[in-house]
Structures are given as structure tokens and as C-alpha cells.
Design a binder for this molecule. Structure first.
Ligand SMILES: NC(=O)c1ccc[n+]([C@@H]2O[C@H](COP(=O)([O-])OP(=O)(O)OC[C@H]3O[C@@H](n4cnc5c(N)ncnc54)[C@H](OP(=O)(O)O)[C@@H]3O)[C@@H](O)[C@H]2O)c1
Length: 320
């Protein structure tokens, strides 16, 4: 699946093939997994289940034992793992450690002709720099952002964002579609981490909102589980579906004309802050957004929507 989320594409792509249907009919390939932490182990397990020839390497060798029992081949070094397979999947903790690992003890020479798929979390700039190094060594590079936790790997909700060499992506689909739905974003290797980090930003905003809401409920001795299931989740779903597409269109157009709830109305009275303080709940999470909303009103945009706060984070004139 390919997605164009460049600034002039507002349609997006919401197709949601199940992993099972994506895997069906895909060719078996050889794949090496370097890094067998929680995520790397989940990826290797799904690859074995899909019938691929899987070679594994981990810095702490004993973590490979369970996978070897399930049929994986053990590599004695990163170079041996790279030499063993067409596709080399790297999943370690820090992006900064990936390049040295791919250069150590003969690994660089083994890379020629390989497809390196690095799903270690990093930044767009790190992805572009690594893509250059890998291609200098004669390999093709794909950067990946895993949008799942280990338990969800192989399940229909899991997807992975990819960017980089398009031909390599197409040739590696048999492997990639084995553990999650594959979403290709474009040839710039920085696109996957950019989108990944933006999605995580949205997630942490939601988690922050949840934490403040839960603190308010607990401070009144209310059951947070029932509150979350019965009212918070329906409310957040409705807000996401009703508000986010309209706000996104406003950001793209720069027209923050209000459609129901103007910003001045929203900051007319600090009800959330007052109630929180009265109940002994810290407003540390809520304060930064509240201050930005007030500043936007003070700047003369009270009759616009909350979407205009984005102009305080990244003014439109700064667009690339
Ligand atoms: N877990 C998630 O929910 C999740 C979701 C999306 C993306 N990710 C990304 O997936 C990557 C791995 O996450 P994880 O959950 O698997 O982490 P983890 O369980 O902490 O495992 C970290 C892995 O990195 C290896 N490692 C660390 N430093 C290394 C080095 N200098 N050289 C070689 N290997 C090294 C570790 O080897 P040792 O066993 O020898 O320590 C281990 O295999 C991260 O970039 C993370 O952001 C994780």
C-alpha cells in the first residue's frame, strides 16, 4: 500500500488489508533479523510462522535460543547474518548504533546486493544519513516505523511505515507483509520516521489528555476504568472523527474560520484549571496548551478555531 501525504494530498489512504490477506500468496524469502529485543523477537516469530527462512543475531546470544528452537538459524556475527539473507531487518534500541553494527568486522562487505530494512526508531536526518552509507556499500535501504507494540505484530491492526528504495520495497513485500500491513510513503528515507514521530506525537497528546482526565476522576474517588470505557473513549472517538479532519484541512489551507467553537469562548474561563487545583490535581500537563490558546486569543484570533494554535508552533511562513 502506498500513501502520498505530501502537502498537496488531502485524500490519504485508509485501506486496511488484514495481515492474513496480505501474507497469503506471498513468496517465501530469506531474511535475517538483527536485534532480538521485544520487538525483534516478535518480528522474527511472525517471519518464522509465515514460513520464511529466518537467520537471527543478537548481541546477547542467549536471546536467540527460543527462535532457534522454532526453526531460525543462528548467526555468529552481524556479518554472518547479513551474508545469510536477501533481506536484512535491523531492530535495535538506538539508531546511532546501527551504522557501526553494519560496518563492523566484515559486515560492510557483506552488505553488497542486500536490502537493509531498518525499523529502529530514529529521526528523518538519521535515516537519510544511514541510507547514504548503506547505498555507498552497494545495498538498498528502507527505513521503517513500526506502528504496533510487540503483542500486535502479526495481527490486523499492526502496520509499518516504509520509505526509501521503492524497488527494494516491492521485492521485499513477501517478508514485510508477514508481520504487519506495509505502508510505503515515498523514496525519501526520512518520510517513515517523520510520519512515525508525528503519529507518536498524536498518541502522546492523547495519553496526556487521558492522564489529566483520569487524575480528575480519581481525585473525586471515581472509578477510572468505568469512566474510560463508558464515556471517555466514545467522546475521544467522536472528537477525532468530527474535529480532526476539519482542523487538518484548516492547517493545510491556512483558513482557521471557526465552525462552531471559537477560541475566545474556550478560554473565557479557566474551568479545567480551577477545578483541577480545587481537587488537588496538578495542571502541568494542561498548562502548555492552555497558555498557547490564551496567547492566540491575545494575538487577535479569538474568533478562529483552536487549529490556529499551530501557527504559534510552526508559522506558515516557515514551510519548506
Ligand atoms: N517495543 C515496542 O513497543 C516498539 C514499538 C515500535 C518500535 N519499536 C522500536 O524497536 C526498536 C527495538 O525496540 P525493543 O522494544 O525491541 O527494545 P528492547 O526490548 O529494549 O531490545 C533492544 C535490542 O537492541 C539491542 N541493542 C541495544 N544496543 C545495541 C548495540 N549497541 N548493538 C547491538 N544491539 C544492541 C539489544 O541487544 P541485547 O539483548 O544484547 O541488549 C536488544 O536486542 C527500538 O528502536 C524501538 O523504538 C519498539
Amino acid at each position: 500500500m502506498a500513501v502520498d501525504n505530501s502537502a498537496d494530498n488531502s485524500a490519504g489512504n485508509s485501506a486496511a488489508n488484514s495481515v492474513e490477506s496480505a501474507v497469503r500468496g506471498t513468496a517465501r524469502q530469506s531474511v535475517s533479523v538483527i536485534g532480538l529485543g521485544d520487538m525483534g523477537t516478535a518480528l522474527a516469530t511472525a517471519l518464522l510462522a509465515a514460513g520464511h527462512q529466518v537467520t537471527v543475531w543478537n548481541r546477547t546470544a542467549r536471546k536467540a535460543d527460543g527462535l532457534v528452537e522454532k526453526g531460525a538459524r543462528r548467526a555468529e556475527s552481524p556479518a554472518a547474518a547479513i551474508a545469510a539473507s536477501e533481506v536484512v531487518l535491523v531492530c535495535i534500541l538506538d539508531y546511532a548504533d546501527v551504522a557501526p553494527l553494519l560496518a563492523a568486522d566484515g559486515a560492510g562487505a557483506a552488505l553488497k546486493g542486500r536490502v537493509v530494512v531498518n525499523v529502529t526508531n530514529g529521526s528523518p536526518a538519521e535515516a537519510r544519513a544511514l541510507a547514504d552509507r548503506v547505498s555507498d556499500l552497494g545495498a538498498e535501504y528502507l527505513d521503517g516505523g513500526i506502528m504496533a507494540v510487540p503483542d500486535l505484530i502479526g495481527k490486523p491492526s499492526a502496520f509499518v511505515l516504509y520509505s526509501g528504495a521503492k524497488d527494494a520495497f516491492e521485492r521485499s513485500r513477501g517478508v514485510l507483509d508477514s508481520f504487519a500491513r506495509s505502508v510505503y510513503l515515498g523514496t525519501d528515507p526520512g518520510l517513515a520516521p517523520l510520519n512515525d514521530l508525528a503519529l507518536l506525537s498524536g498518541m502522546y497528546g492523547m495519553f496526556g489528555g487521558f492522564l489529566h482526565a483520569a487524575a480528575l476522576m480519581r481525585s473525586a474517588d471515581r472509578n477510572v476504568t468505568a469512566f474510560t470505557r463508558e464515556v471517555l473513549m466514545p467522546w475521544l472517538r467522536a472528537m477525532a472523527e468530527n474535529q480532526l479532519p476539519a482542523m487538518a484541512a484548516q492547517v493545510d489551507s491556512g483558513d482557521y474560520g471557526v465552525t462552531g467553537s471559537n477560541l475566545a469562548m474556550q478560554v473565557s474561563h479557566d474551568a479545567i484549571g480551577d477545578a483541577s487545583r480545587a481537587q488537588g490535581v496538578s495542571t502541568e500537563l494542561f498548562d502548555p496548551l492552555w497558555e498557547l490558546m490564551k496567547r492566540r486569543v491575545a494575538d487577535g484570533h479569538g474568533q478562529e478555531s483552536i487549529g490556529g494554535v499551530l501557527e504559534l508552533l510552526h508559522p506558515r511562513e516557515r514551510r519548506a
